[in-house]
Write a protein that binds this ligand. Sequence first.
Ligand SMILES: [Zn+2]
Length: 153
Amino acid sequence: MKHLTDTDLLHHMYGLTSESAAVTGHLSECPDCLERWASLAESRQELLRTQSEVPPDFLADQRQRIHARMEQQRPKPLLVRWSPAIAVASMAIAVLLWKVPLQKNAGQPVEIATTADAQLMTDIYKTVYDTEPDVVEPLRGLFDSKGTGGSQQ
Ligand SMILES: [Zn+2]
């Protein structure tokens, strides 16, 4: 058997070779390969000693940076994204509820503006759940056969 390569030695070290007996046999009779084997084993032991000494502060800092990066990439929840629109809608509701009784005489029953409420709820629902940007809506007319610009009938 010719001399063992570094790959042979590494595969033997990590149990990745099917010729373990042949490698062991060669190491027992070849001082050159045995010396390289001993050097590799020494290097591995040195690496194992030094790699275990990662400071806990470093790991904690690394974990925080990973979480920060994940937060940057994650899309914001729908509620957070639309919270300004919801705040405006809430103010509109408040103004509506405040104004409606003032418009009526005190002695008469208060008529509730159901149409405005329904429209408001529709607008809020559309704002919160509609994922299509408003600018897309005009473009839909281009593909609507009932549209005014439709040339094909
Ligand atoms: Zn050898």
